[in-house]
Design a protein around this ligand. Structure first.
Ligand code: M6R
Length: 605
């Protein structure tokens, strides 16, 4: 995690760095810092906590300079504190780092023997001091020597006191772009950081080192040989990364779902049929796979679970869903006849990246379903389908989930047709139903007031339970994750039928149980489970299809969502689950968009 930025040009550097960092806070907000050249010296300011703390310090004592680097941190080595904040270094060299240096202890030991001392507990400080150790007048030589000694992942922004007219950058396994302006240039972990200044950028590749001056950018490889690169132009809209009148990004992103889903599915429906051939998968290929593996983390993994239920039901192809951090260490039985699907919003999740690599080593082709263009997972996958959610800023994933599910449906329908499990007519009918979903999601937003009321009844809870069966169970998992990650109320999701095998003992007077009961075929069974918890004192909240009849007194709260056919219900069911999590957190007064201990992009194992 962590976000890094850098600026060189005529503008007020501190201001540019703080602006750019504010767009990267989703990558971590344990602390922030900047290093700016002022009168030929490196001036450093740092502060624990969110960027606003650093901003107060900088406003009071602004370094007057035009070249500098900045950082927003998600702590790995060393607690969140002023001293562990980046930039790290000394009077000669200062660095900001995103990633993890695996052999930092060995480097630290070596440097202590050479007479160096350390102020922080971070792995990053060892890189800064190693650069200083190797520096004999040529920064690129020092960088190459340092990187040869370092094991791990890094994106680095570096300044040397002797070269106040340039910034250096290098990367391996952590993302970094170089923004290209008119007589000004930038570095950043992600494009939104620089969008306010320029849409043009270079993608720094593995093992490349950039020298960034005001009027030009030069690249070399690890042998100091020059590298030529093409400028890319971002198609991101700057407004998309703003709150646009909403109080929080999460609420804005929940409301963006109709558009996000439409933009994701509309170009992939051709003559009424689903068509994902843009990624290179033909109907023949699809037919040929023995088995599918879906690998992802967190919310993206839950979209995978929805995918599994739908693909297995419609296409009758076996699907295994794995949490990426488990997949990579369980020695999965994958063959070249299998297709591995990795799902990731950011495209930078370390465990998902490692799973992708493992699958390729085992000879399988990997299909990436990714939101961020040009991200590592998008580039490393053999085939890629982009979801078109636009930038998702809030740490809690909402619209990314909906677009990931949308792609799962397109894939399931196409695969089912390719396998001959459904007719062309049925495939067209299902696809037409999917095409209606954006409007139905819009209508589902009408439950917002009900969700606010339910939230007001949950805020005192110590712990709660989400239950469901089949696709409703997949949605229970997502609802539970959403609530706990931002409201800090413990919650658990359980397969409704499994409760009686132990977990039901947790139910006592007033414990909220949120039942997801949208699957008509399973409704009777789920209702029995609601009866079981109700009779043990649970406060029952049920999310169900509009018009379903329940015995009076069964549901303390009923949230109705528009009816679609069972298989598509997750697309609307998720809305109240997201809104309940959102409003509960607002009422508790917590930071909705930046929950504690988390970051948007999880680039560490
Ligand atoms: O960027 P990715 O989709 O790979 O991220 C995976 C998870 O870290 C992510 O979905 C996480 O679970 C969300 N913050 C949950 O809201």
């Amino acid at each position: 995690m962590c976000g890094i930025v850098g600026y060189i040009g005529e503008r007020d550097c501190s201001e540019v760095l703080l602006n750019a960092l504010s767009k990267l806070e989703y990558r971590g907000y344990d602390s922030a810092g900047i290093a700016v050249f002022e009168d030929g010296e490196i001036h450093v300011e740092k502060a624990k906590g969110e960027l606003k703390n650093l901003k107060e310090i900088v406003d009071a004592n602004k370094p007057d300079g035009h070249v500098g680097i900045g950082h927003t941190r998600w702590a790995t080595h060393g607690e969140p504190s002023d001293i562990n904040s980046h930039p790290h270094g000394n009077k000669r060299v200062s660095i900001v780092h995103n990633g993890i240096i695996e052999n930092y202890k060995d480097i630290k030991k070596f440097l202590i023997e050479k007479g160096y001392s350390f102020d922080s507990e971070t792995d990053t400080e060892t890189v800064a001091k190693l650069l200083d150790y190797y520096y004999e007048g040529d920064p690129i030589d020092a960088i190459i020597k340092t990187l040869k000694d370092v094991r791990g992942a890094y994106a680095l922004g570096i300044i040397f006191k002797d070269f106040p007219d340039r910034i250096f950058a290098a990367r391996k396994d952590s993302p970094l772009i170089i923004g290209v302006g008119d007589e000004e240039n930038f570095i950043a972990s992600d494009v939104p950081a620089i969008l306010q200044y320029t849409k043009n950028y270079y993608l720094l590749e593995q093992g490349e080192i950039a020298t960034i001056k005001e009027d030009r950018v030069e690249f070399v490889d690890m042998h100091k040989a020059p590298v030529k690169k093409e400028v890319q132009v971002s198609d991101l809209d700057m407004d998309a990364a703003e709150k646009g009148g909403y109080e929080h990004f999460m609420l804005k992103e929940i409301h963006e779902q109709p558009d996000a889903v439409k933009t994701t599915i509309a170009p992939r429906i051709i003559d009424g049929m689903p068509d994902i051939s843009e990624c290179g998968l033909t109907l023949e290929d699809l037919k040929g796979y023995r088995k599918l593996f879906i690998v992802a983390c967190g919310t993206a993994m839950h979209a995978g679970v929805v995918g599994k239920y739908v693909i297995e039901k419609l296409a009758r192809v076996e699907v295994t869903v794995d949490i990426a951090s488990e997949f990579r260490y369980r020695d999965p039985i994958i063959t070249p006849e299998d297709l591995v699907i990795v799902i990731s919003q950011s495209g930078e999740t370390a465990d998902t990246k490692a799973a992708l690599k493992l699958a390729q080593e085992k000879g399988a082709k990997v299909l990436g379903i990714v939101n961020v263009k040009g991200s590592s997972i998008a580039r490393d996958s053999d085939m890629v389908i982009y979801t078109h959610a636009g930038p998702e800023i809030s740490v809690a994933s909402t619209k990314a989930f909906s677009v990931q599910m949308s792609v799962m449906y397109l894939l399931a329908f196409e695969l089912a047709y390719a396998k001959g499990e459904i007719t062309e007519e049925e495939c067209k009918r299902l696809t037409a139903e999917l095409a209606k979903v954006p409007d139905v999601i819009e209508k589902t937003m009408e439950c917002e007031h009900d969700c606010q009321r339910v939230a007001s009844k949950l805020i005192k809870a110590q712990s709660l339970m989400y239950i469901g069966r089949g696709l409703d169970y997949a949605l229970s998992m997502e609802g539970s994750l959403k609530l706990k990650e931002i409201s800090y109320i413990h919650s658990e999701s359980y397969a409704a039928g499994e409760l009686k095998h132990g977990t039901i003992s947790l139910i006592e007077d007033g414990v909220p149980v949120i039942s997801v009961a949208t699957q008509s075929a399973l409704l009777e069974k789920t209702v029995s489970n609601i009866v079981e918890v109700k009779s043990r004192g649970a406060f029952t909240v049920t999310v169900a299809k509009e018009g379903e009849e329940f015995n009076s007194g069964l549901n303390d709260e009923l949230i109705e969502v528009p009816a679609l056919e069972d298989v598509l219900m997750p697309m609307v069911t998720v809305i109240p689950l997201q809104l309940i999590a959102y409003y509960t957190t607002v009422l508790k007064g917590f930071n909705v968009d930046k929950p504690r201990n988390l970051a948007k992009s999880v680039t560490v194992e």
